[in-house]
Design a protein around this ligand. Structure first.
Ligand SMILES: Nc1ccn([C@@H]2O[C@H](COP(=O)(O)O)[C@@H](O)[C@H]2O)c(=O)n1
Ligand SMILES: C[C@@]1(CO)OP(=O)(O)OP(=O)(O)OC[C@H]1O
Length: 159
């Protein structure tokens, strides 16, 4: 059996708005996230983890931020592309683990919905898709609430 691991990391800055999209779920907040796409920082990290496991570059390789086609795009397009690429290569997703770093909004109340949405997009069982959160104890840019960071790890197994 062939096993591949990938990691992903992304950051988006807070800007004007009344909510953020994280793992495909709208979460009300006193700010939005700035991005070329919908700025779903957590979904971008998960997408990059899959590309990383495949050694297939990163999200910007496949969806250049310079391409107006992706302006305002919903990030499920990117995640689905990565998952389908894995499947086409003969891999299935063993698990994905996402960590969201922000002081606010609180992720816990939305984590179950986020897991369900992401598992549906990549086509894996719910118990293979994890979404967690932490603050950075008010330290650094996330601690100052300047933006949200997200990390993801993915394991692929040959089907
Ligand atoms: N945006 C966040 C941040 C944290 N949580 C939950 O709170 C727990 C404690 O966070 P610490 O940073 O103080 O360790 C964390 O384990 C999460 O369960 C959250 O839901 N949303
Ligand atoms: C997702 C893409 C798509 O244009 O745009 P952004 O929303 O800016 O996200 P980022 O993670 O900064 O860069 C990757 C881009 O490919």
């Amino acid at each position: 059996m062939d096993i591949r691991f990938g990691n992903g990391f992304d950051v988006h800055a807070f800007g004007p708005g009344d909510g953020v999209t994280l793992c495909g779920v709208h979460v009300a907040h006193d700010a939005g996230l700035v991005g070329h796409s919908d700025a779903d920082v957590a979904m971008h990290a998960a997408t990059d983890a899959i590309y990383g496991a495949l050694a297939e570059g990163d999200i910007g390789t496949h969806f250049p931020p310079s391409d107006p086609q992706w302006k305002g795009a919903e990030s499920h397009v990117f995640l689905r592309h990565a998952a389908e690429m894995a499947q086409a290569r003969g891999y299935s997703i063993s698990n994905i683990d996402v960590t969201i770093v922000c002081e606010a909004p609180k992720i816990g109340p939305h984590a179950a919905r986020m897991r369900k949405v992401m598992a549906g997009i990549v086509g894996c069982d719910l118990d293979r898709l994890s979404v967690k959160a932490t603050t950075s104890e008010r330290l650094g840019f996330t601690g100052r609430s300047e933006g949200i960071a997200a990390l993801a790890t993915c394991a692929l197994v040959s089907a």
